[in-house]
Design a binder for this molecule. Structure first.
Ligand code: EAX
Length: 343
């Protein structure tokens, strides 16, 4: 009986060991041993974003997947989750910190709740054009903001991508001057500066996560919203909005971020592959934004939207000056000036 039991136990042990040995691919590189130095297991990275599968974010992430899988000789496998499948931007960032999401492509919108210093880039009419913004973000200022993200939240910014210049849409009336915003319920991101800017212009800002926006517009919970043209087209807002004014009131950068602990768990060659793929795909994504921006207005007109392409911007700029007065102390006038003076 004893001999039989010993034989039975050793057979069971061999089975268990065999079962453990078979698992080569791991989720997100966070579980023990996967991706550690010299171990060539396949690491699957789940990356989430809120926009549609025809959006600039999706195009950029498809390029990122292609480049990263190539640069890591297939050791990294990327799974893309569009349409807020992994939650809104704030939720996904929290998911990074608890390990339920591996990578997030998010705008700076929710940063008020995580690293307020980063929202300096959300000040209205701060950037002259996209090139100006790229210079600032890819330079020392942008890197310092990423350093703050790491320090304050343990999140690593891999690269600055782009959402674009935001414009206002609504269903009530054409907006030609700030007064036309009076009393309109405008959805904003969960961003203090964005909300203050619309409040200062007389609107009634309603912060809301992106996945809730289309139904809210459809049901008239809000009168309008503000987004870059590539978002308005790829999210089909022309089905639920009548008027568009090209105010370009905020430049909206995006960030591809990962948790620092996850990044540090990878060997150096994989860290380099991640950083390179993020940068190269980000440059590609910015070109996609500029193309969709150019082609989008004609498409929106075709879809029946009334578009004011060149509103007089000066009255809007004047109307938001109180926002600069309120935040210049928080960010420091020097930082704001160094952004404005970047050539
Ligand atoms: O970053 O929330 C928004 O309006 C953003 O444009 C969207 O989440 C993409």
């Amino acid at each position: 009986m004893k001999k039989f039991l010993a034989f039975f136990m050793s057979v069971m042990l061999i089975f268990v060991l065999a079962a453990c040995g078979g698992e080569t691919s791991t989720e997100g590189g966070s579980s023990e041993g996967s991706g550690e130095k010299g171990n060539k297991e396949t690491i699957t990275l789940k990356v989430g974003h809120t926009l549609s599968d025809t959006s600039h974010y999706q195009e950029g992430l498809k390029k990122f997947k292609e480049l990263l899988e190539e640069k890591s000789n297939g050791q990294f496998q990327v799974e893309i989750f569009p349409n807020g499948a992994l939650g809104g931007e704030r939720e996904m960032i929290e998911g990074l910190q608890i390990g339920s999401v591996d990578l997030v492509l998010t705008s700076t919108g929710p940063m008020s709740g995580f690293v307020p210093e980063i929202t300096v880039v959300d000040l209205p009419f701060l950037f002259r054009n996209a090139e100006h913004a790229h210079k600032v973000l890819d330079g020392e200022i942008g890197q310092n903001l990423f350093a703050k993200l790491e320090e304050a939240q343990g999140l690593k910014g891999l690269a600055w991508w782009e959402n674009g210049f935001r414009n206002v849409t609504n269903n009530v009336r054409p907006i030609e001057k700030p007064e036309d915003l009076k009393g309109l319920k405008i959805r904003t991101m969960e961003n203090d500066i964005h909300m203050d800017s619309f409040k200062t212009m007389g609107a009634d800002p309603t912060p809301m996560a992106f996945p809730e926006l289309f139904p809210a517009l459809q049901q008239g919970v809000v009168d309008g919203e503000e987004n870059p043209v590539p978002v308005i087209t790829s999210s089909r807002f022309y089905e639920v909005q009548k008027y568009l004014t090209m105010t370009r009131h905020f430049y909206n950068p995006s960030m591809l971020i990962i948790s620092k602990s996850k990044f540090d768990s990878f060997p150096e060659d994989l860290q380099t592959a991640l950083l390179e793929a993020a940068k190269e795909a980000g440059d590609y994504e910015r070109q996609v934004v500029s193309k969709m921006d150019e082609e989008g207005i004609a498409l929106l007109k075709e879809k029946g939207m009334e578009v004011i392409e060149e509103p007089n911007i000066e009255p809007f700029k004047e109307a938001v000056q109180p926002v600069y007065e309120k935040y210049s102390e928080q960010f420091g006038q020097d930082l704001i000036d160094s952004i404005i003076n970047t050539k």
